[in-house]
Design a protein around this ligand. Structure first.
Ligand code: NAD
Length: 462
């Protein structure tokens, strides 16, 4: 795989300040495929300076001009879609068809949505005797995880640029090649020097330096709740804006009147896609006691069908961690009906699609985010019981409700403490706000709500 040996700062690839590197590993065969520089506080400082310098001109560029550059960026991503899909497959391990449709298709859709929103958004509003201007927050430090390498970047950078902000990105250690490709696309799209900058590096070094930098006006972070909590505290101490997209443990609530076969099939597919490495995955399936055994049989069948179609986990650490959770489920008395902790292949970080029955709400596998292809089926007695279980974790990112009648599903969804709910398998909407209740985060991404995160108001009175 092609890799740059420098950082993209101020519109050019510059040599890194230090000599350290990060090895990029293909999780399918555990081979090192590239090295990228491990950035230091010095690289972050150079990138933040470039972003600050570029800010006044980019903020003053008319929204139509910014929209034009974002549209050009979308076009470059489209032109280079095969290369993007191959890169994501190489460093994340996702099967190529999934990389093509989801890992490449989704960020192209989101970039396109922000090209349109930048052009149509009302950056000015009249309120009584005031005119309210929506102005960019300033320099944004964006810190992203590896699970959807390009989507996570585009979901931050596109709205930030649409708002008139400039950005320094620190992508995840496991997937820096996709981030380098994105930087190339930014360059090709003619986005002015310094508006977007990339520093690859380790989280506790480059990531922390970025979150703490006094030249950064806002930190937008997606990743684990543990790191998010720290970044939130740092941002709070410095009184800077922060957006946190954190973990999840979403419930797939199947009410007694639902089409059970469909609800189970879609529920299993929702978790197994991307090998369970999706923060919004419905990893807890809640089934009424009257249909429990039927649901378990259907889920076991659906998971077994996944077999070889599932990709590996991203790295050795996640491989060990996820298998540890499966062992813990067994130890706490849950019943394995598909998969298990044994690695299904000798090479690569593969985990079998796994389904647990007889899971009780307080078990570790029903409370903690596993981030692997593991579904827990939990029994409930009535709707209030289902609601108590659905809301009974520290998270609140997403969820699903299935019922024979849409109104019945909606009534239940309105009582859930969570940021997104799919009703009877509702379609994905890239314009709908995405983000968490409770410890799943602060702030929203995507659509106009995602754009508003990067704006601040100035009111002029007349
Ligand atoms: P992580 O928190 O370990 O890392 C995320 C990013 O933060 C990486 O770029 C990492 O280098 C950086 N980082 C690590 N330590 C840091 C520090 N001290 N200071 C600054 N930056 C630091 O998470 P991960 O393992 O890469 O990703 C998986 C997690 O992300 C899961 O918990 C998942 O739920 C969450 N996630 C949430 C969403 C969402 O939208 N809510 C989306 C995807 C993933």
């Amino acid at each position: 795989m092609k890799a740059h040996d420098g950082m993209y700062i101020g519109g050019e690839w510059r040599a890194a300040a230090g000599k350290g590197t990060i090895a990029v590993v293909d999780p399918t065969d555990e081979q090192v495929i590239a090295h990228v520089p491990a950035g230091t506080a010095e690289d972050v400082d150079a990138a933040v300076s470039a972003a600050r310098e570029a800010l006044p001109a980019w903020a003053a560029t008319l929204p139509a001009g910014r929209a034009g550059r974002i549209a050009a960026l979308r076009d470059v991503l489209v032109a280079r879609k095969d290369e993007i899909a191959e890169t994501v497959t190489a460093e994340l391990g996702a099967p190529l068809p999934f990389s093509q449709t989801v890992h490449t298709g989704l960020p192209i859709l989101v970039a396109g949505s922000y090209a349109e929103l930048a052009a149509s958004y009302a950056f000015e509003e009249k309120v009584g005797n005031s005119v309210v201007h929506f102005e960019p927050v300033g320099v944004v430090g964006a810190i992203t995880p590896w699970n959807y390498p390009l989507h996570q970047i585009v979901a931050k950078v596109a709205p930030a640029l649409a708002a008139g902000c400039t950005v320094v990105l620190k992508p995840a250690e496991d997937t820096p090649l996709t981030a380098q490709l994105f930087a190339e696309a930014v360059h090709e799209a003619g986005i002015p020097a310094g508006v977007f900058n990339l520093v690859t590096g380790l989280g506790p070094v480059a990531g922390q330096a970025l979150a703490e930098h006094e030249g950064v006006d806002m930190v937008s972070f997606t990743g684990s709740t543990a790191v998010g909590r720290r970044i939130g505290a740092t941002a709070g101490g410095a009184v800077k804006r922060v957006a946190l997209e954190l973990g999840g443990k979403s419930a797939n609530v199947i009410l007694p009147s639902a089409d059970l076969a469909k609800a189970v099939a879609v529920g299993i597919a929702n978790v197994m896609g991307n090998s369970g490495q999706t923060c919004s995955a419905w990893t807890r399936m809640l089934v009424h006691t009257s249909r429990y055994d039927e649901a378990v049989a259907l889920a076991a069948q659906a998971a077994a069908k996944y077999g070889d179609r599932i990709g590996p986990l991203v790295n050795a650490k996640q491989h060990t961690r996820v298998r540890g959770y499966i062992e813990k489920g067994v130890a706490q008395g849950a019943r394995l009906v598909a998969g298990g902790p044994e690695a299904p292949r000798e090479q690569g970080y593969f985990v079998s699609p796994t389904v647990f029955a007889d899971v009780t709400p307080e078990m570790t596998i029903a409370q903690e985010e596993i981030f692997g292809p593991v579904v827990s089926i939990i029994r409930y007695e009535d709707e209030d019981d289902a609601l108590r279980i659905a809301n009974g974790t520290v998270y609140g990112l997403a969820g699903a409700v299935w019922a024979g009648d849409e109104a019945e599903a909606v009534a239940f969804a309105r009582r859930m403490d969570t940021g997104q709910v799919d009703i009877n398998g509702g379609r994905y909407n890239p314009l709908a706000p995405f983000g968490g209740y409770k410890q799943s985060g602060v702030g929203r991404e995507l659509g106009s709500h995602g754009l508003a995160e990067y704006l601040q108001t100035k009111s002029l009175q007349f």
